[in-house]
Design a protein around this ligand. Structure first.
Ligand code: 7PJ
Length: 284
């Protein structure tokens, strides 16, 4: 397989262009789309599959399924509940669509059951630090997203502190990548993510975006997730519904600095922006 292709549990992604990952939160309480796909304690199958079809028609390359809200201050989800939300959704989608699914989870059991149900990427905001997470991911042989976070979602925005945000995030991610490689995960299967908004002030987030090239120069792929996040709200002084344009601006800056994956709520708008970016990249 060429190094322009990323194989994800039998399905492939084209790395010669940026890849757009559409967010599907199977939660009652996520900050932008919470409670739309999961209501009264269960998945709304009709709404979920309609949203999947829409994201695919708008050009999503990957669908990111999460069953645990990780917005600042969100409550913890029990394993059984997370398994029920995520694995059910992966099954529902993969029975009908040949699409790469990433599962937004830190739990080895959710990773295992999701990949068995056809998920192709593990996306862990805790960078596979839970017990058995690295070995489980290595056994499953799918690409992994390793994200940086300071603290835990319940408390991370209380008082984020760094002496040098860029070098601290870089050394954390490099250490996690090293652990993954020791467990047998190939370098080409490692995707780094700076974790915008996860235990970071506005200035930390802006510095990381400014210095993103220092991460994309490393021998790993990079994913950026800034869609609708508070860093946009803080600069523009706008609520979550009015942050699309600010997010697209950040997304294109991220691509220009070498990021290969964008995790977004607004698939169609992002795909248009990516296509314009790629058209210019391909010009002579
Ligand atoms: C991210 C994520 C992110 C990765 C969330 C939100 C909060 N996974 N899960 N990167 N954010 N890899 O969507 O604002 O930035 S949940």
């Amino acid at each position: 397989m060429s190094n322009q292709t990323l194989t994800c549990n039998g399905l492939s992604l084209d790395l010669s262009k940026p890849n757009v990952m559409g967010i599907l939160n199977i939660t009652p309480d996520s900050f932008f789309d919470g409670g739309q796909l999961f209501r009264n304690g269960k998945i709304d199958e009709v709404v979920l599959l309609r949203r999947v079809e829409q994201m695919l028609s708008e050009g999503a390359d990957i669908l990111d399924i999460g069953g645990e809200s990780t917005r600042p201050g969100a409550s913890v989800v029990e394993l059984d509940e997370e398994l029920d939300r995520v694995v059910t959704a992966v099954n529902l989608i993969r029975k009908r669509f040949d699409v790469v699914i990433s599962v937004d989870t830190s739990s080895p059991e959710v990773m295992k059951q999701s990949v068995n149900a056809g998920a192709g990427i593990i996306n862990d905001i805790r960078a596979l630090q839970r017990e058995n997470a690295v070995t489980t991911a290595a056994e499953l042989k799918v690409p992994v997203v390793l994200m940086h976070m300071q603290g835990e979602p319940s408390t991370m925005q209380k008082a984020p502190e760094y002496t040098d945000i860029v070098s601290e995030v870089r050394s954390f991610l490099l250490q996690r990548a090293e652990q993954c490689k020791l467990a047998g995960i190939e370098s080409k299967h490692i995707i780094l993510d700076l974790g915008f908004g996860f235990g970071k002030t506005l200035n930390h987030n802006l510095s990381l975006m400014k210095h993103l090239s220092e991460f994309t120069q490393l021998p790993y792929l990079n994913l950026v997730g800034v869609s609708r996040k508070s860093m946009i709200g803080q600069v523009l002084n706008k609520p979550v519904e009015d942050r699309l344009v600010g997010g697209l601006s950040l997304a294109i800056q991220a691509l220009n600095k070498g990021a290969k994956f964008l995790r977004v709520h607004d698939v169609g708008e992002t795909v248009d922006a990516v296509k314009m970016f790629s058209a210019v990249e391909k010009a002579l």
